[in-house]
Design a protein around this ligand. Structure first.
Ligand SMILES: Nc1nc2c(c(=O)[nH]1)N[C@H]1C(S)=C(S)[C@@H](COP(=O)(O)OP(=O)(O)OC[C@H]3O[C@@H](n4cnc5c(N)ncnc54)[C@H](O)[C@@H]3O)O[C@H]1N2
Ligand code: MOO
Length: 437
């Protein structure tokens, strides 16, 4: 059975949505400073007004409402100062109180005049406040309410500070702190059991035996999953022994939201995942994509399962194309990569019937009057080319039907990192030839 990229993306999304253990997970309560990158589990109402009280927006003089009759300049007696953090005494008509930014507006005051608009334009010294009677200040005409930040003008007590599903970053966590909250309920992390398979696959840090290779996939996918916000339970490498794999998968139910394996799913004589799950509801199929053609999808004892191909580049491309976007949709975490148009720096040939995903180096040219950036392919299409992948900052899409593309033609790229300054993103989702024309 062969599926299009879009069909398999939908199938993976459906599988993750089915992951009921995840949806029913009780919220975790975290201290604010440890909750960055997590998703809010429930609506949070503010217990206080923001600001909590009427306060001054400027260092200046608080003026009584009775003195705002439009006559100017005002000559007012200087009242005792109002520092931030103090509860001031009421202001009498005919008086102006030195008031600091953030200080509570005294009862009776109706406007603040910034100190630089006063004569003298500096506050009296502490000694003058204490020792001299009869200090006066000259102020220009002021509008009622000027430079006063009203209680609740940012957020009213009892209204929603944040709604469930919000991704918590510095601004959101700062808001909760301003509301006086010390902890936040977050959705539990999406939990993934990760197993790499293959007799030839050996732990890094050991001495490499003849015919064997080091396990790249466990580290590659652990870090990719964690970067996407998931919690990863790493299993040690499973040999090409179906009994061993079945043993590793027993009694997993309920502890994880997804089991993800690499390797053992194509046409060989020792395809351990295929053999171990032959009588299960897991489907082994081919997606019209290169790399990442062989795929497995289904459930094991009710737990969602995905099998990625063993080649490291195939595993990463499978993650980027299928799992990352679906994870974003079900968890509320950012799943879609920034998609940009870029001009190819060389001619390229892709298989007509497949969506080819090449790796490349994207360079932003928007500051050089070029409009869009360019992309240089790194390595060939081979799915073992991990060194070229490591030097790349973009996936380059050559959708099914592309065939030959000449140098200078715009193609869609997904940035594997931050958006460069000035670059204009395309709409997220699968790049098509039409999106570029
Ligand atoms: N006759 C056919 N052979 C193959 C086909 C096919 O259609 N017909 N498809 C090829 C494609 S495309 C891919 S991709 C691979 C997928 O094979 P498997 O998923 O069964 O993976 P393995 O055979 O176990 O491994 C493939 C390759 O990757 C290396 N590998 C595996 N695990 C790791 C790891 N953890 N770290 C680093 N490298 C790993 C492994 O040694 C193999 O070289 O099948 C093709 N064959
Ligand atoms: O489809 Mo395989 O993933 O090219 O190398």
């Amino acid at each position: 059975m062969t599926r299009s990229v879009e069909e398999h993306q939908q199938a993976v999304l459906g599988l993750l949505r089915y992951s009921s253990a995840f949806a029913d997970g009780a919220p975790e309560i975290l201290p604010l400073a440890t909750a960055r990158g997590r998703v809010l589990a429930e609506d949070l109402l503010s217990p206080v007004n923001l600001p909590p009280f009427d306060n001054s927006q400027m260092d200046g003089y608080a003026v009584h409402g009775d003195d705002l009759d439009g006559s100017a300049p005002l000559y007012l007696a200087v009242a005792p100062p109002v520092p931030a953090g103090a509860e001031p005494v009421a202001l009498e008509p005919g008086h102006a109180a030195p008031i600091m930014t953030g200080a509570m507006i005294p009862e009776g005051a109706a406007a603040v005049v910034p100190i630089e608009n006063a004569v003298p334009s500096q506050f009296p010294t502490t000694g003058q406040y204490c020792g001299e009677e009869g200090l006066t200040v000259e102020l220009p005409v002021a509008q009622a309410g000027s430079f006063i930040r009203r209680a609740g003008s940012d957020l009213e007590a009892g209204s929603a500070a944040l709604v469930a599903g919000t991704l918590l970053g510095p601004s959101q966590l700062g808001l909760l702190a301003a509301c006086g909250l010390a902890t936040v309920p977050v959705r539990p992390r999406f939990r993934v059991l990760l197993l790499s398979t293959g007799d030839e696959v050996q732990e890094p840090g050991t001495e490499l035996a003849p015919g064997r290779i080091f396990d790249a996939n466990t580290t590659l996918l652990t870090t990719a999953l964690e970067e996407a916000g998931a919690h990863v339970q790493r299993h040690s490498v499973v040999a090409d022994n179906p009994e061993e794999l079945r043993g590793a998968l027993q009694n997993i139910g309920g502890q994880v939201n997804l089991i993800l394996s690499t390797g053992g799913i194509s046409q060989g004589a020792y395809e351990v995942v295929k053999q171990a799950l032959a009588d299960s509801s897991v489907e082994f199929l081919s997606v019209a994509m290169q790399p990442g053609g062989p795929q497995a999808i289904g459930t094991i004892n009710g737990v969602p399962f995905l099998g990625f191909p063993g080649n490291p580049v195939s595993a990463l491309v499978s993650f980027e194309m299928f799992l990352r976007p679906a994870l974003g949709t079900v968890t509320g975490l950012p799943g879609n990569r920034v998609c940009l148009p870029a001009r190819l720096t060389e001619d390229v040939q892709s298989p007509e019937g497949k969506h080819q995903v090449r790796r490349g180096l994207y360079t932003d040219r928007s500051g050089q009057g070029e409009g869009i950036g360019d992309v240089t392919l790194l390595g060939g299409p081979g799915s073992h080319l991990l060194h070229a992948l490591a030097a790349s900052n973009a996936l380059v899409h050559l959708p099914a039907g592309t065939g030959t593309v000449e140098a200078g033609t715009p193609v869609a790229v997904w940035l594997l990192g931050e958006l460069r300054q000035g670059a204009q993103p395309l709409h997220p989702g699968n790049p098509t030839r039409e999106a570029l024309t």
